[in-house]
Design a protein around this ligand. Structure first.
Ligand code: MFK
Length: 621
């Protein structure tokens, strides 16, 4: 019977095709609706029903990421209940879904390329980017994605506003979030140094797309990106007009098509000698392109072939007499660029948390459309459990991101207490390193929620995982940032940790009764952490370096837990907020204490680690 229906359908289809062929010799008119309606629906499309099948999965659509984000909206309602902010973010969310997301995909599909020579052999060093990338620059200016941080329309909450906007933008930005991070960082450095490059500052923070400049940050040389003080070999030669010419090689320069850049070099004395180490490094700024479109004494050696972030040009540059202006005091380059690092690390966190939020939004949307084993994914408890875990990760990360932005805003508007400044210094590397790792894990798990489709390029999903992987590498790897946490402790004589303990204790005191199990878990982790730090700092301080990563994780987990509790204690908090806080606090909140209890930081542990790792590898003495 079924066979008969199929055969009949096939004959009908062939009849229609036959009519179409006859017609196509005389006319180009397509089949009419009524003619197509002759074909039974099961026989669509025209050729082999058996080969193509009739089922097509409805795809998950990106909806307005602002209206979809219950936590962002609740956070703003609690802390920044300003109608303008809500309407701007709502409109921007619409723009992200309707326009920007597609541009971001175009950037992914049309990566930049390098043209080194023109047809007649002249060196031109042009980076050719796609029109969507150019539009991203215009949109960034129009929307004030950098400007909002400097106009300070919302006083100490201006950074929260700006970063909320960037958080909606980043996963759809086609990596334009990277030049914006560095642009923001450069503006911050110039402002904090007392405006030595005012015109550049005005351009970097402009809302006028014709005036707006982006900035690069060229710090990494061939010797590596972490040990900047010893890795910087670029030499700056002073010119008679007070400018400098820079000669050196920059190994990773991201967003190389930027208009402007900050970079580090060693100033040569009259005999051509330079000072080694951190004291010899100074900070410079330069325009990248001349008015004739040629580079400013730069040869672009090649574009990097990267795992992800392919939308954005990253290049190796030979600085061959680049004209530059000294920005910092001589020998204060590393300390001066640290301000930029604070900003770019916060932007890195924005991208990490935004990637988590986006994959959760898409997975959630998909679970309402995808049916397996007879029911929608949303009706499979195991699937919901998996997504809920991702949601809890994302919530903890989001609240810590917002807290760091709030602290930054307070510091920049002169309202930060000493405790808040210490917290900002401590929490910036902590939140960057922790969310960089979370993003990879959450996005990877999120891809799995789409089954095989999560592995297929033209869904746009694999690119999210590739792009997430850079977040734990650039602007300082996890271990380098863990050591930065220790640096902040030692530089402040331990005051950053005092600020941390005071803040956590204070917040826990005002927690609501429904949160008792979370408060108890956090309180006992906090006192175990205090004991560990006290004992280690007095009896065995060298152990701290080995414990640095676990210490940073402990600070992150405790602080995220405390912020979830704080949010859930708000009068208007929902049951979901309380539940998220309780779930977060079920984990090991203080891994540094757990590992220490197992002897993980002892000399024997280091020796056995080494023996295990290098087993089978000869000559490891
Ligand atoms: C899209 C393309 C993707 C391509 C793939 C990515 C490839 C990776 C590309 C990269 O290479 S990205 C760049 C990665 N590198 C970094 O992020 C730098 C990592 N290194 C650090 O963070 C070091 O800690 C740092 C260079 C900042 C300092 O190292 P030092 O020379 O050992 O610092 P030192 O002597 O402790 O401090 C010098 C001064 O800076 C001190 O000030 P004072 O002189 O006033 O005492 C410090 O207090 C200050 N300082 C250091 N870190 C600070 C800071 N101040 C504030 N905040 C900080 N975080």
């Amino acid at each position: 019977m079924i066979l008969e229906v199929c055969l009949r359908s096939k004959q009908q289809v062939l009849r229609v095709i036959g009519r179409q062929l006859v017609r196509s010799s005389s006319s180009s008119a397509p089949l009419s609706r009524t003619e197509l309606d002759d074909v039974p629906p099961t026989a669509h499309p025209l050729f082999s029903h058996a080969a193509i099948g009739s089922f097509f999965q409805e795809q998950p659509l990106l909806k307005n990421p602002f209206t979809q984000d219950a936590l962002l909206r609740a956070y703003l309602r609690r802390h920044l209940p300003v109608q303008d902010v809500e309407s701007d973010l709502r409109l921007f969310g619409e723009r992200v879904a309707d326009e920007i997301d597609d541009l971001g995909r175009q950037c992914e599909q049309n990566p930049p390329r390098l043209q080194q020579y023109e047809a007649w052999g002249q060196r031109v060093d042009r980076i050719i980017t796609c029109p969507a990338w150019t539009l991203m620059k215009e949109i960034s200016a129009q929307e004030g994605l950098v400007a909002a941080g400097y106009e300070r329309r919302y006083g100490e909450w201006s950074r929260v506003y700006q970063m909320s906007k960037l958080y909606l933008y980043a996963p759809s930005a086609g990596l334009y979030s990277c030049p914006l991070a560095m642009t923001d960082g450069a503006a911050k450095v110039i402002e904090s140094l007392g405006m030595p490059a005012r015109e550049a500052f005005e351009r970097l923070t402009s809302r006028d797309e014709k005036q707006f400049w982006t900035s690069g940050q060229w710090m990494t040389e061939r010797r590596g990106g972490s040990d900047v003080a010893n890795g910087t070999e670029t030499v700056a030669r002073r010119q008679e007009d007070g400018h400098f010419r820079l000669h050196g090689f920059k190994w990773f320069t991201s967003a190389t098509d930027a208009d402007f850049t900050l970079t580090l070099a060693r100033i040569a004395d009259s005999r051509g000698h330079t000072t080694p180490g951190s004291r010899g490094v100074s900070l410079f700024c330069a325009e990248v392109w001349g008015s004739d479109g040629r580079t400013n004494g730069i040869q672009i050696q090649r574009l990097k072939d990267k795992l992800g972030t392919r939308q954005m040009p990253t290049a190796e540059l030979l600085l061959d007499g680049m004209q530059a202006q000294l920005l910092s005091a001589e020998g204060r380059g590393v300390a001066s660029i640290a301000n930029m690092l604070t900003l770019t690390r916060i932007h890195n966190t924005v991208s990490a948390v935004a990637a988590m939020r986006r994959i959760v939004q898409l997975s959630r949307e998909y679970s309402n459309k995808r049916s397996v084993f007879g029911k929608l994914l949303k009706d499979h408890p195991l699937h919901v459990q998996t997504l809920t875990r991702l949601e809890v990760e994302t919530r903890g990360a989001f609240l810590m991101l917002m807290e760091v932005c709030r602290l930054l805003g307070r510091e920049e508007t002169g309202g930060a207490s000493e405790r808040e400044s210490h917290l900002l210094r401590l929490l910036t590397p902590v939140v960057k390193l922790y969310t960089g790792k979370q993003a990879v894990a959450v996005v990877s798990e999120g891809l799995e929620c789409f089954g095989g489709q999560g592995y297929i390029e033209d869904t746009g999903l694999p690119g999210m995982l590739r792009d997430a992987q850079v977040l734990s590498i650039w602007e300082g790897t996890t271990n380098v940032l863990s050591l930065d946490v220790l640096r902040s402790v030692s530089k402040s004589g331990g005051r950053v940790l005092q600020a941390f303990f005071l803040d956590v204790e204070e917040r826990l005191r005002s927690a609501g009764p429904a949160l008792a199990p979370a408060v108890e878990a956090l309180g006992s982790s906090l006192s175990a952490l205090a004991k560990f730090i006290q004992k280690t700092a007095t009896q065995n301080p060298e152990k701290l370096e080995l414990a640095a990563r676990d210490l940073a994780y402990s600070l992150a987990r405790i602080y995220m837990g405390v912020l979830l509790v704080d949010h859930a204690s708000w009068d208007e908090a929902s049951d979901a907020d309380v539940y998220a806080a309780l779930r977060w606090c079920e984990r090991d909140l203080c891994p540094v204490v757990s590992v220490d209890a197992r002897g993980g930081y002892s000399a024997e542990a280091t020796a056995t680690d080494r023996a295990l790792l290098y087993q089978g590898l000869e000559d490891t003495t």
